[in-house]
Design a protein around this ligand. Structure first.
Ligand SMILES: *Cc1c(COP(=O)(O)O)cnc(C)c1O
Length: 430
């Protein structure tokens, strides 16, 4: 693992275009989010100086709307804004993204807001937004010569990793808490590879994976959300790009995003900022709202208490995909919500179930529990006057309801079970 020393730190100005490592496209270096120290692009995730998280620094050059529009209808249309090579789309990959931005007029009317869209990421190949982040991590794994793809997962990531590894011809070994929904266990095992259930919470699983990396596996395995995290995280920027492009190159006034580790929210903000900096959209303010389940709401609790520090919790919620009690990017979420004039809010399990049914009934979208968290929080923010009902609003549905059937199964049954006779039918619907 080659880390640059501070003496040969790379900046966008002193590295000539010809010296670029083209395997990483416009990416130039890893940069510490806390102290700004720079490192060569490698499989590392924490700063040697201050232990802060590393992120990708770019030199984009000129990027135009026209050039993007000529690209494929998946995340690779934005390859000039991602740490991937120009020919990325030609390698075996899941081609996620370009999911529907649904004009949710019925739900908007029901909630009393003027303009609402649902960005429906259940349409991705393994039915959650995780295919986006994994696609970038696979490229990083290829570049670093890792033959095994791994992760600690709250469920959706495990399926996205095993599927992408299968397509890319890599081995997979993924780690989950052993008590996940059955659909997520099936999704994580059907694509082959090894699936290890850990007796404990996601936070226990994550700690264990960090131990594995320290214990030499880090030189052989690409843990997409640990040693490949800086690359992985960039995949979430494509949600920002797609939403803006699908709105006709405009950033929405308000957006509601679910928070587990907080990586997705942090990178959607980064994506919006890049679009503004590149002149691809008008420079207008936008507000970012973060959504959590009450049973795992460490960021919301800190926000409401006015704290900058996040106190870890032990999760207890049906929204298992968001059940991270010690969110790595939590402090950045707080910062973004406060800086943009947004907020952080949470909803109970009962409100999540209600919201899943509301979205299904009004828009024909069946969301997993994370989507219920977002729609539930949207409803709560409108009711409390925190969200402007006249401003253009986008909410994310990050996963498919078929993966969390138990959340609504208790109330989902036939209206009636009858003999096939007209009389019985008339009696049943009377
Ligand atoms: C992982 C996940 C999220 C949130 O991801 P973070 O980047 O960790 O905040 C949201 N929704 C679903 C369905 C997920 O699987």
């Amino acid at each position: 693992m080659a880390l640059a020393t501070t003496e040969n730190t790379i900046t966008t100005s002193d590295r000539a275009d010809g010296a670029r490592d083209r395997r990483f496209g416009p990416a130039m270096a890893l940069s510490c989010r806390e102290c700004g120290a720079r490192y060569d692009l490698g499989p590392s995730f924490a700063c040697n100086e201050c232990f802060g998280p590393l992120e990708i620094a770019y030199d984009f050059g000129r990027v135009t709307r026209e050039r993007i529009a000529e690209g494929p209808t998946n995340i690779w249309r934005y390859r000039s804004l991602l740490p991937v090579p120009e020919d990325v789309a030609s390698k075996p990959n899941m081609a996620p993204g370009w999911t529907k931005l649904v004009n949710a007029g019925n739900l908007a009317r029901e909630l009393g807001i003027r303009s609402l869209h649902v960005k429906d990421d259940s349409g991705n190949p393994t039915h959650s937004f995780k295919d986006r982040v994994v696609a970038i991590a696979v490229e990083a794994a290829r570049n670093f010569g890792f033959h095994t793809l791994s992760c600690s997962s709250t469920g959706n990531l495990a399926g996205a990793v095993t599927a992408a590894a299968a397509r890319a011809g890599l081995d997979a070994c993924v780690f989950i808490p052993s008590d996940l929904e059955q659909a997520k266990i099936v999704m994580a095992s059907v694509y082959g590879g090894r699936l290890i259930g850990i007796e404990g919470t996601y936070d226990d699983v994550n700690r264990f994976c960090s131990e594995l990396i320290g214990d030499e596996l880090g030189d052989q395995w690409g843990f997409v959300n640990v040693n490949l995290r800086p690359y992985y995280a960039e995949g979430s920027k494509t949600l920002a790009y797609e939403i803006a492009e699908q709105l006709g190159w405009r950033i929405p006034d308000q957006i509601v995003i679910p928070v587990a580790s907080g990586s997705q929210l942090t990178k959607i903000d980064k994506g919006f900022k890049e679009l503004i900096a590149l002149g691809l959209v008008e420079d207008r303010p936008y507000k970012i709202f973060a959504a959590q389940a009450e049973g795992c709401s460490p960021v919301s609790a800190a926000y409401k208490a006015g704290h900058d520090v996040i106190r870890p919790v032990k999760p207890d919620t049906i929204a298992k995909s968001l059940a991270i009690g010690n969110p790595a990017d939590g402090p950045y979420v707080l910062d973004i919500a406060r800086r943009t004039g947004g907020a952080v809010e949470d909803v109970t399990d009962a409100e999540i179930v209600d919201a899943i049914r509301l979205l299904a009934r009004t828009e024909g979208i069946f969301a997993e529990t994370a989507g219920g968290v977002v729609v539930g929080v949207l409803r709560k923010l409108v009711a409390s006057g925190t969200l402007d009902p006249d401003a253009e609003t986008v909410v994310l549905n990050t996963g498919d309801g078929l993966k969390t059937l138990d959340a609504v199964a208790a109330e989902a049954r036939p209206t009636a079970v009858i003999r096939p006779s007209l009389d019985a039918f008339r009696a049943a619907i009377a």
